[in-house]
Design a protein around this ligand. Structure first.
Ligand SMILES: [Ca+2]
Ligand SMILES: [Ca+2]
Length: 179
């Protein structure tokens, strides 16, 4: 399981870091003990909107936007991008400086492609539908409704709001096929 990173919505999965302590639910320490590299868990029942956002965790952990064969962010950076609040309930376990290494020049290094909201390497009506579906979503706001509507891949220009500019960009690039 080298390189494996795990999260789950199990409420008390990080209530202890001792695997021989009996708890009511599975423990992320058992995943680490079995060879897992990193995990994020809950030390107590988290509020629903405090749960780890897997979209940010895995896209930021895997993305190699500059194409140097190494992921752009470390595990700690990707983890903190995915935990909505720095509070008492979330626990990050693993080497904070761990970084995915694809190897130089590896064509399989992953990165989201500009304007390709559903990650199928084509900019078309599906991407347009996704942006329209999440239209109005805002990343940095106290308005829960708009925050929950926000979707990172629909925010094409990555300015923290899904709006007409994102629609325009997809229309402009409509038909683009990434090799
Ligand atoms: Ca697409
Ligand atoms: Ca935007």
């Amino acid at each position: 399981m080298n390189g494996a990173v795990f999260t789950s919505l199990e409420s008390f999965n990080a209530v202890t870091l001792f695997s021989n302590v009996s708890t009511t639910q599975a423990k992320i320490v058992d995943f680490i003990k079995a060879g897992g590299t990193g995990a994020i868990g809950h030390s107590f029942e988290p509020q629903a909107d405090a749960a780890v956002d897997n979209q940010f965790l895995y896209s930021n952990l895997l993305a190699d936007r500059d194409g140097d064969g190494r992921a752009d962010l470390t595990f700690a950076e990707a983890a903190w991008s995915a935990v909505p609040y720095l509070s008492w309930s979330e626990v990050v376990i693993g080497d904070p400086l761990m970084r995915i290494a694809y190897g130089p020049g590896q064509p399989k290094a992953w990165s989201c492609l500009f304007a390709d909201a559903n990650l199928d390497r084509v900019v078309n009506s599906v991407d347009l539908y996704i942006v329209r579906y999440f239209y109005g979503g805002i990343l940095n706001t106290n308005e829960k409704e708009w925050f929950e509507k926000y979707y990172d891949f629909a925010d094409v220009d990555q300015n923290g709001i899904v709006n007409s500019v994102d629609v325009y960009i997809i229309r402009y690039l409509y038909g683009t096929i990434y090799e």
